[in-house]
Design a protein around this ligand. Structure first.
Ligand code: 26W
Length: 865
């Protein structure tokens, strides 16, 4: 913790103070007359610029907050300043700030907006909330001063907050960025998810092998949340369905679940920029109606007496740690239905309380399904409308299909959720009936369009059916969500095109307007303003403080890309963050790295399609090249990896082991010295990303084209001025379009090239034969050079590359090597490098999640912003 927090300490502020003298002095001969709206150095401001100028840290405000924190410490935590630990100071500070949020929060709650957005997501990868809250309330400096007057360092307090890691990777982090942006641009919204007791596992390395330990973010409570026992809903599972004829031959069915679980709301406030809007993230905790069977307990069966409770509570116990292969277990389906049902019951109840009539739900509520995890919302909303509100089928279907919207986040076949019909019938019998009926009508419709005559009508039906009959009968959750949604979106231009042409091709043909693109975004307030205060300060000085409200103003930095004084300060901001990261690396791995080397970063979940292995093999080839010509003028590089592998994903874990074994050999080789270092930082997290991203020179975005739906780390890194080495995949394509082809390093096959090559035979053998460099690197790994204690350890990796290579790593290798050497050369021309970096920062404004949310609001949700 210490180092990550030290960088934020009052005296430090991004490390910029050390360079202040250099920074404040104009470069010799510098002409600043052309600078638009540029303030002079004399106005260089302390304290932090992102504090609203209208809210300076006034003496009164500081004193008020100090007393509030002191009061919370005494009366909510029960500690004195003398006995308080860092964690206690964090809790007291968070509680004091939460009070400030409450007023705005109640104002937001009290108003009845014309339309609300409901974002349903099984994952919210939030990270820490303190700096977000302070920044958006304009209270960074006030809090810093208040704590300082109590003898406490703000950076230390920030570091004591555990990450809320209620997500696996991109999809969960996107949900967190979207929540922040909706609050910041004033969209009335509520997020719905699960309050997992244990978020994503803690990763350690034991002799280079990943080990997983439970994560315990709630061990000392969560000062941000409000438990809402009054918002509790009953969720059913199993049981049977009855049928009763009511009037006029109308048949009504009713579900009698065999088992019920309670969903209890816990609300986390989401403060928007300048505190204007405070939305709510409502997380459900599973509880039992019968916490203990007293008779059983009194009879001596103390464990059996709480078994029902354990079974119920298991639902919100832990986050499933997989992000790419479907877990397939019953508990996962229980989680999905649990949070979807609770959320729909809650929002329908709110709607009826406000508007009186459930039939207008779609006019006042837009529900976004974050991937298929909440796709059971389609039959659940139908069930609520039919059974709880007595609607006719057609009316219920009209409301449902005008309220729901679905975002797809992956086209990888192993990640597309399907559930066995048998399991659905057992766990959710009424929903299965509704799905059958929806499907029956959907398939009937095909016939009515006169398609029966078509030669492959049967194949067409099989392709659009909600039930996959090819490998046992399974419900296709993607098809279900697609069919039940008013709009379906992909997350980058390429990904959306591929949705139309592959997985959803036949469904798309039935309704050409349904699929729309909404390219992902990131919140600049966390990923630029909070994570990189030094660069933010520089941007404010250069283009004015309006850039904090309108990222479009970043474009003004373009004019300074070759301005020596600006470049110097931009580089200084980077350098201070690299020094801080070098300290973190030393502390956590024992490896000493030189902050003046090129920091080459690949941070993301470990997955074969993301091709960390391509990066490791290039590292081995570079190692061999340096050994062969040790006196050549190599560009010094530090390769930095971070990321977790799903616990059951053995190939991914083996890739981590290889990276660590290669790291050991390379780092210990005196002949290589500082020209190449390899680091794998353990336990990658949102907080660690905040430390790595501002320190990165090069961003690795090297997935097999067509496989990464979007990527969002690519945006964070480019915004902070790292140059991208990447394939034409996901949002990389749009990043290239924005930053310009001259300011990015593109290599490898494009998506069409991949599709063509993958059908050829022996492409891997051919590629290896054609590339002696690749062959030699693979031989070295296969020979056991990096695993002398177990020479065949990496055979599963090298054999796979030689015989299958599903992700076309061998095919892209030579072009990747070429791009990397081009990068080496660019680094040597520092003026060119920094011009490119500055142009990246200047041209990334479009990737703000504020832009994404405005697009969703206008084109999907139809809510006023
Ligand atoms: C266990 C089943 C499962 C399957 C897929 C769980 C989670 C998933 C997610 C869809 C995986 C995911 O996080 N996808 C990522 O979503 C990001 C946000 O849109 C994109 O930027 C990434 O490219 C995509 O991989």
């Amino acid at each position: 913790m210490a180092l990550e927090t030290r960088r934020r300490a009052g005296a430090d502020d991004g490390g910029l103070h050390v360079l202040k003298d250099a920074i404040l002095a104009p470069a010799p001969g510098e002409d600043r007359s052309d600078a638009p709206e540029r303030t002079t150095h004399a106005t260089f401001r302390e304290p932090a610029v992102w504090d609203k100028p209208a809210q300076p840290a006034s003496g009164d405000a500081v004193a008020d907050l100090r007393e509030a924190i002191r009061g919370k410490l005494a009366y909510a935590i029960g500690k004195t300043p003398e006995t308080a630990r860092e964690r206690d100071w964090f809790a007291a500070t968070a509680l004091a700030l939460r009070d400030r949020i409450v007023d705005a929060c109640q104002a937001t709650d009290a108003s009845v907006p014309n339309k609300r957005v409901y974002y349903l997501s099984l994952e919210f990868l939030i990270g820490r909330l303190l700096s977000d809250a302070m920044n958006n309330l304009g209270l960074v400096e006030t809090t810093r001063a208040a704590l300082q007057s109590l003898g406490v360092d703000l950076g230390t307090v920030e570091g004591a907050e555990p990450d809320a890691a209620l997500g696996n990777g991109g999809l969960g982090r996107l949900a967190a960025c979207f929540m922040e942006s909706m609050a910041s641009i004033g969209i009335p919204a509520m997020g719905y998810g699960i309050r997992y007791d244990h978020g994503l596992f803690r990763q350690t390395f034991e002799d280079g092998w990943q080990r997983e330990a439970p994560e315990t973010w709630l061990a000392e409570g969560n000062p941000w949340e409000f438990a809402r026992p009054d918002a509790t809903y009953t969720i059913g599972f199993g049981g049977h369905v009855t049928m009763a004829a009511v009037s006029d031959g109308v048949i009504r069915r009713h579900w009698y679940p065999a088992e019920t679980v309670l969903a209890v709301a816990h609300d986390v406030p989401v403060v928007g920029w300048k505190g204007k809007t405070v939305n709510t993230l409502r997380l459900w905790k599973a509880e039992s109606e019968a916490p203990v069977e007293l008779a059983q307990f009194n009879g001596g069966d103390h464990v059996g007496a709480v078994s029902a409770r354990m079974r119920a509570e298991a639902i919100s116990r832990v986050l499933y740690p997989s992000d790419s292969s479907t877990a397939g277990q019953e508990l996962r389906l229980r989680q999905e239905y649990f949070f979807t049902s609770a959320s729909l019951q809650d929002l329908v109840r709110r709607h009826v309380a406000e508007r009186g009539d459930v039939r207008s739900l779609h006019d006042h509520a837009a529900i976004q399904l974050n991937d298929t995890h909440p796709a059971i919302a389609v039959p659940e909303l139908m069930r609520i409308l039919l059974e709880d509100h007595g609607l006719q089928w057609e009316d219920a279907w009209h409301v449902t299909t005008n309220t729901l919207h679905y975002t797809n986040h992956t086209l990888l076949p192993e990640a597309l959720e399907t559930w066995p019909v048998e399991l659905m019938e057992r766990l959710l019998p009424r929903h299965m009936q509704i799905i059958y009926l929806i499907n029956w009508m959907h398939l009937e419709e095909q016939g009515r369009h006169g398609r029966q005559g078509e030669t492959n009508f049967a194949a067409h039906l099989a392709s659009v059916s909600l039930i996959d009959e090819s490998q046992g009968r399974r419900v296709r959750m993607g098809h279900l969500a697609f069919h039940g949604a008013r709009r379906v979106n992909g997350v980058s231009a390429l990904h959306t095109d591929l949705m139309r042409s592959t997985v959803f091709r036949d469904l798309h043909a039935l309704d050409g307007d349904k699929i729309v693109n909404k390219t992902n975004g990131i919140t600049f307030r966390r990923w630029l303003h909070n994570a990189n205060p030094g660069l933010t300060r520089l941007a404010v000085e250069a283009v004015g403080s309006g850039v904090l409200d309108d990222p479009g103003l970043l474009r003004g930095l373009d004019a300074f890309a070759e301005d020596p004084a600006f470049v110097k300060r931009y580089a200084a901001a980077r350098f201070s963050r690299k020094q801080a990261l070098a300290e973190i690396i030393a502390e956590r791995t024992g490896i000493e790295v030189d902050p003046s080397a090129l920091f080459d970063v690949q941070i993301k979940r470990i997955h074969e399609y993301k091709r960390q292995l391509l990066n490791v093999i290039e590292t081995v080839a570079l190692y061999q090249a340096i050994k062969a010509e040790p006196h050549k003028d190599w560009t010094p590089r530090v390769k930095i990896f971070g990321g977790k592998a799903a616990p059951s994903y053995s190939q991914a874990k083996l890739i981590i082991k290889l990276a660590l074994d290669v790291a050991k050999a390379v780092n210990d080789d005196p002949e290589v010295a500082d020209r190449l270092k390899v680091v794998f930082l353990p336990n990658y997290s949102v907080s660690l990303a905040e430390a790595i991203i501002p320190a990165a020179d090069l961003s690795e975005q090297i997935s097999t084209a067509g496989m990464e739906a979007s990527g969002t780390g690519n945006m964070k890194l480019a915004l902070n001025g790292a140059l991208t080495v990447g394939t034409l995949d996901g949002a990389n394509i749009e990043i290239r379009d924005h930053v310009g082809a001259d300011n990015i390093f593109i290599f490898g096959l494009d998506a069409a090239g991949v599709q063509a090559r993958i059908t050829e035979t022996n492409y891997a053998q051919k590629a290896i034969q054609a590339s002696p460099r690749l062959g030699a690197a693979l031989d070295m790994i296969a020979s056991g050079r990096f695993s002398p204690d177990e020479p065949n350890r990496f055979r599963p990796l090298t054999d796979d590359l030689r015989h299958r290579d599903q992700y076309l790593l061998t095919v892209d290798f030579d072009d990747y090597w070429r791009a990397q050497r081009q990068i080496d050369a660019a680094w040597k021309d520092q003026a060119r490098w920094w011009a490119m970096a500055i142009r990246n920062t200047a041209r990334m404004a479009w990737f703000s999640s504020d832009r994404s949310m405005r697009e969703y609001a206008e084109e999907i949700w139809r809510v006023q912003v």
